[in-house]
Design a binder for this molecule. Structure first.
Ligand SMILES: Cc1cc2nc3c(=O)[nH]c(=O)nc-3n(C[C@H](O)[C@H](O)[C@H](O)COP(=O)(O)OP(=O)(O)OC[C@H]3O[C@@H](n4cnc5c(N)ncnc54)[C@H](O)[C@@H]3O)c2cc1C
Length: 473
């Protein structure tokens, strides 16, 4: 079998890209390859909030380079694009149209700082978050977890992930030139300047003129197996392992309820699915994708829902344990574009925002792949063979890490005596821990602060060092 375009990976990035290629290049033969049609992917595990604003953090606004400014701008563009793109698919409705953002005493100063940052970005778009009172919302938290600020962020919807993926597969069924091959890719090799051979699971072989690897957290391993020299130049992708649950037979909710990002993660959130509520999500950064959720993560989510959202929402039945490996690059930014091997493209690394970004980014990337042109300006910072992006000073990274370590402890019930210097001493000890971690990597590499929790617990350090040492850029 010979194809013009092959896309590896049927997560949201691969799916939206395949659809875009099919829509533009109606005469081309296109294949989408994955082990199963709908897999245990990051995309299926997502709460699928389309966070135009609510992922904004103070840290991202304080950045010393323009990378974060661009990323925040791109989120807004991608959110606008989502609205029109959704209407090109049959029966794809949002499960909630707006988000209620709340802060409470289960975190630290981060909550207030990030809420302010979100409002700051909203104001640049002429939007204002509407302040709400406790009586106007559906939550029933414990007395110690009552929300202190509640705001309505209009037009920040969410979508049910399974429905989204199904809907794109259904749409792909309308294109006779698209072939969905339920096999995973073992390796790729170049047969000539204009052709690749792909070895698939089960002994099948196919050839292709152009390949895009959109295999999420597995992307680096596919490249390493196939093109070891290129593997030394591509920005490595690791995995932000996330867990969530859906609970049915409980009181429905109308809005997405969420906190700002906190504790090295995207915060606590509840998303109203059609017959259940999605509660998420945790984030454990690891070099290798994991196969199942971590048991304590599930316990943590249940505890947070019970105290911060309300115990009646955990009295239902767990419908699904959700688990996925968010693809995240070692500098925290996406990896998108052509490689130095002609017609070999990479498309991954959207970490916590792949559902939001995919339709828009795929619309730009598909044109570049079809016309064999350089990547569009909006995505050009994400070149797969770039130098690692560094956006913050050493001190900013340390401060941000310390705040997040503290936020983790607060959400897990830390209460230090108000006499003496307990809080300062506690923060000081995590400052020393963070400094010691950075000292072991600097000056060649400055891990994003999001990785520090897992480095501290020994899950990531040697693996990251290995990835850095083998890099040729
Ligand atoms: C718990 C959780 C909550 C999240 N919440 C949100 C949210 O609210 N909003 C948001 O925008 N984003 C959210 N995200 C992030 C979002 O889910 C990801 O950014 C996005 O799904 C990544 O999509 P992807 O296509 O790159 O990867 P994936 O969805 O992981 O897809 C990669 C695909 O590649 C396939 N693959 C791997 N190896 C091979 C191979 N050798 N051959 C063929 N195929 C292969 C895999 O089987 C998989 O299907 C969340 C993620 C998690 C885990």
């Amino acid at each position: 079998m010979k194809f013009d375009f092959v896309v590896i990976g049927s997560g949201i990035l691969g799916l939206t890209l395949t659809l875009e290629l099919a829509r533009i290049a109606s005469n081309a033969k296109i294949a989408l390859l994955d082990e199963k049609k709908i897999n245990r992917t990051a995309s299926l595990a997502a709460g699928a909030m389309l966070s135009r604003y609510c992922e904004t953090t103070k840290f991202s606004l304080d950045s010393e380079t323009d990378h974060w400014k661009e990323r925040i701008r791109n989120r807004i563009i991608a959110a606008d694009y989502w609205e029109s793109w959704r209407k090109t698919l049959a029966k794809l409705d949002y499960c909630a149209k707006s988000t209620v953002l709340f802060t409470n005493n289960c975190s630290n100063q981060l909550d207030a700082d990030n809420l302010k940052a979100i409002q700051q970005v909203m104001s640049t778009q002429g939007e204002q978050a509407l302040e709400l009172t406790e009586d106007e919302i559906e939550l029933a938290p414990e007395y110690y977890a009552r929300a202190d600020r509640i705001v309505l962020v209009r037009n920040e919807p969410a979508i049910e992930a399974r429905q989204l993926l199904r809907s794109i597969f259904n749409e792909l069924g309308n294109f006779p030139n698209v072939c969905i091959v339920e096999k995973s890719v073992l390796s790729i090799s170049e047969t000539s300047k204009n052709s690749f051979a792909l070895a698939l699971q089960g002994g099948l072989n196919i050839t292709a003129s152009s390949i895009t690897v959109a295999a999420g957290a597995e992307t680096t391993r596919i490249i390493d197996r196939s093109f070891p020299d290129l593997g030394k130049r591509i920005v490595p992708i690791i995995s932000g392992n996330g867990a969530a649950i859906t609970v049915s037979k409980i009181n429905p909710i109308k809005y997405v309820y969420r906190t700002p990002n906190r504790a090295f993660s995207c915060g606590l959130h509840a998303v109203p699915y059609s017959d259940a509520i999605y509660f998420g999500a945790t984030n454990t950064v690891q070099a290798m994708p994991s196969r199942a959720p971590i048991a304590t993560d599930i316990g943590f989510i249940i505890d947070c829902v019970s105290s911060q959202i309300g115990k009646k929402w955990i009295e239902g039945e767990i419908e699904h344990f959700k688990h996925g490996n968010r693809p995240v690059s070692i500098d925290g930014f996406p990896v998108i574009g052509r490689t130095s091997i002609k017609n070999l493209w990479i498309y991954t690394g959207f970490y916590r925002e792949g559902i939001l970004m995919a339709p828009w980014a795929s619309s730009l990337l598909a044109k570049c792949i079809i016309h064999d042109t350089s990547i569009s300006a909006e995505l050009s910072a994400y070149d797969p063979e770039r130098k690692l992006i560094r956006t913050h000073s050493y001190n900013q990274c340390i401060d941000h890490a310390v705040e997040n370590f503290h936020a983790i402890a607060c959400e897990r019930g830390l209460r230090l005596p108000s006499t003496g210097n307990w809080t300062q001493d506690f923060l000081g000890s995590y400052r020393s821990i963070s400094e010691a971690i950075y000292a072991r990597f600097e000056p060649h590499y400055r891990p994003p602060p999001d990785f520090l929790w897992d480095i501290h617990f020994g899950r990531l350090e040697s693996e990251l060092k290995e990835l850095i040492e083998r890099r040729e850029i």
